[in-house]
Design a protein around this ligand. Structure first.
Ligand code: MRU
Length: 357
């Protein structure tokens, strides 16, 4: 993969389609190094998702959509007659890249819907590119709308805590949780943002802090273990996070550590907001128990910033997401509206689906 270091990197342009290639800002290297990787195949996109070059639920879905364009272009060039069948392997590779964020299968299903309608014998790539760019653009628009809706819930001035990175980097641009935070900051409702560092990948320390600093939003890093103590001191009005998948009953899967933050928030009377587009809501899973939770290598826990920190030979458990029960969520903010105290009926109504019995 070609590395491009000459492009000015911004959080809002972490995913770029340029000259028929997908450029991804390499999030593994931030903030130390700002470099893009240029991808030319669906297999490279799947590897970039698996290896965390691009991460965050909506960003994974958008990247996969562009991956379909790259795959279809290559398969059509190989065989104008049988490209659709040949593409099935690429779609499978992309779908398997990471299991928890439903935005990945959502985006692939949307691209698949178009694929099924395209005529045989005609290059499918141009039409697929239009669809991938629409998915990308609609995500940014949804984030701006969620930002307004979420910010309206906040009575300032207050501090807020966020976890992981649910910012521009994790989406098509602007961010979900950080979109709310950006809008609330612009409205003068925030005194500062407390960002959990988010072990073991340090998305908070590396990515959220980088984004907020560039936006001029005051940010203070917290070790994950310090969040409850900070709530106990007072002054924190909300915890605001994103999500990788929301079950039909309102249970929320998000970065490991979110659940304990929600428990601590309820104990301290701090309110808990989840900002996520409807592409993150999966009515196909009844509750959080049915959400597949990715487990990654123990090495990620046994090291920190690339340095070994664990006792050699000791085991480590590394689930990278957890599930916060709906009962601990005060509001889910989507581009279609706010769902206070989410439950199955409210989410079904939001999604225009019949309620489950
Ligand atoms: O493992 P990651 O970095 O992909 O996890 C990302 C998160 O958990 C985010 O909080 C979530 O995807 C919401 S992003 C808008």
């Amino acid at each position: 993969m070609e590395v491009i270091e000459t492009l000015a990197a911004t959080p809002d342009t972490a995913i770029l389609w340029r000259d028929g290639r997908l450029l991804l800002l390499d999030q593994r290297a931030l903030p130390r190094r700002e470099a893009y990787l240029a991808l030319d195949s669906a297999a490279e996109v799947a590897a970039a998702i698996r290896d965390m070059v691009v991460r965050g639920a909506p960003a994974i879905g958008i990247s996969a959509a562009y991956g379909v364009v790259l795959g279809a272009r290559a398969r059509f060039a190989e065989a104008a007659a049988g490209w659709r069948e040949a593409l099935a392997g690429d779609l499978e590779l992309l779908a398997r890249a990471r299991p928890t964020a439903v935005n990945l299968s959502w985006a692939l299903a949307r691209m698949g819907g178009l694929l099924a309608r395209l005529p045989a014998g005609v290059d499918p790539a141009p039409a697929l590119l239009v669809e991938a760019q629409a998915i990308h653009r609609e995500d940014v628009e949804a984030n701006h709308h969620m930002g307004e809706l979420g910010a309206a819930l906040i009575e300032g001035p207050t501090e807020v805590i966020t976890h992981c990175n649910a910012g521009a980097l994790a989406t098509g641009g602007y961010g979900t949780a950080l979109g709310v935070i950006r809008a609330a900051w612009a409205a003068g409702k925030l005194t500062q943002v407390l960002a959990d560092e988010t072990r073991p990948w340090l998305q908070g320390a590396r990515l959220t802090a980088w984004e907020l600093q560039r936006d001029g939003v005051p940010v203070t890093l917290l070790a994950d273990v310090a969040a409850a103590a900070r709530m106990a001191r007072g002054g924190v009005g909300w915890v605001i996070v994103g999500s990788d998948r929301i079950a039909a009953n309102g249970d929320v899967a998000n970065k490991i550590g979110t659940y304990q933050l929600a428990v601590a928030a309820r104990w301290h009377g701090v309110r808990f907001m989840v900002a996520a587009p409807t592409s993150t809501i999966d009515l196909g899973v009844a509750s959080g128990r049915d959400i597949p939770i990715e487990e990654r290598s123990p090495e990620e826990v046994l090291s920190c910033g690339g340095q070994p920190v664990g006792t050699p030979g000791v085991a480590a458990w590394n689930p990278v997401f957890d599930v916060t029960p709906a009962a601990l969520v005060d509001a889910i903010v989507t581009e279609r509206g706010v769902v206070p105290a989410p439950d199955a009926d409210k989410l079904a109504r939001l999604m225009g689906a019949p309620s489950r019995p």
